[in-house]
Design a protein around this ligand. Sequence first.
Ligand SMILES: Nc1ncnc2c1ncn2[C@@H]1O[C@H](COP(=O)(O)OP(=O)(O)O)[C@@H](O)[C@H]1O
Ligand SMILES: [Mg+2]
Length: 270
Amino acid sequence: MIEFKNVSFSYNTNEDKALDDVSFAIADQEWVSIIGHNGSGKSTIAKLLVGLLTANSGKIFYDGIILDEKSIDEIRKKVGIVFQNPDNQFVGYNVKYDIAFGLENQQVPREKMLELIKEYTLKVGMENELEREPQTLSGGQKQRVAIAGILALNCDIVILDEATSMLDPEGTEEIIKLIVELKEKYHKTIICITHDLALASKSDRVIVLKAGRVIKADKPAIIFQDRQLLQSSNLDMPFDLRIYHEAATIAKLNNNKELMEALWEYHLKK
Ligand SMILES: Nc1ncnc2c1ncn2[C@@H]1O[C@H](COP(=O)(O)OP(=O)(O)O)[C@@H](O)[C@H]1O
Ligand SMILES: [Mg+2]
């Protein structure tokens, strides 16, 4: 379990808080989306979770162990992060060495390393691209390599920070499929930072951030029924969800329970 307890953080002492008294808990094997407008503090949460930043006040716990200088090395082994811009996360000059780098850091023997690289590039459909240079990969392929690296490291927790934001619809679809697999097949705990509400609707729970504060945390079905909440936090609604909410404002349509249910289901399937 991950616990964020009354965490506040400012990048500069004279500026507004990037996070203001943020608390939430995430259970093992839960898939949680963190949504919110640009600048609402989503990436700051990700950086605090992996110890790239340190809270000004409040505490972060992993399975009851407080995240601090003493525990950070052990905790980092459990948590893998995929950043928004995949170019910033490549360290190797080709796919194989990039994944190998993470494994080398954990002192995995060479034989085992090659086995793991083969196994996990196969899982993400990148087994034929081992010699490719990162610059020559598509956005979706880069994200898939990053995910293979995390799987190879056997992290229990995967944080994806806007992993689909730079991808075309096809690349986005690939990554969504992989995230579903991370949960269902690999039983990972997934923290998915996104402003793609269609992606968030597939998760177990959604935390809504606004100006550094948690304004709501609940199941997607409840969050997405709340039109006012979505509008007030400046989130773009996907087309199918917008149709649902538009229909809800028209009494004649809204009174038709079957129609409203059908529209809601249509949105869930999209
Ligand atoms: N490196 C930084 N230095 C100063 N301010 C920053 C830095 N990174 C983010 N901020 C500010 O902190 C707030 C939260 O940012 P961030 O967590 O990146 O939001 P999000 O990921 O939701 O877009 C914003 O007001 C942003 O301008
Ligand atoms: Mg961000």
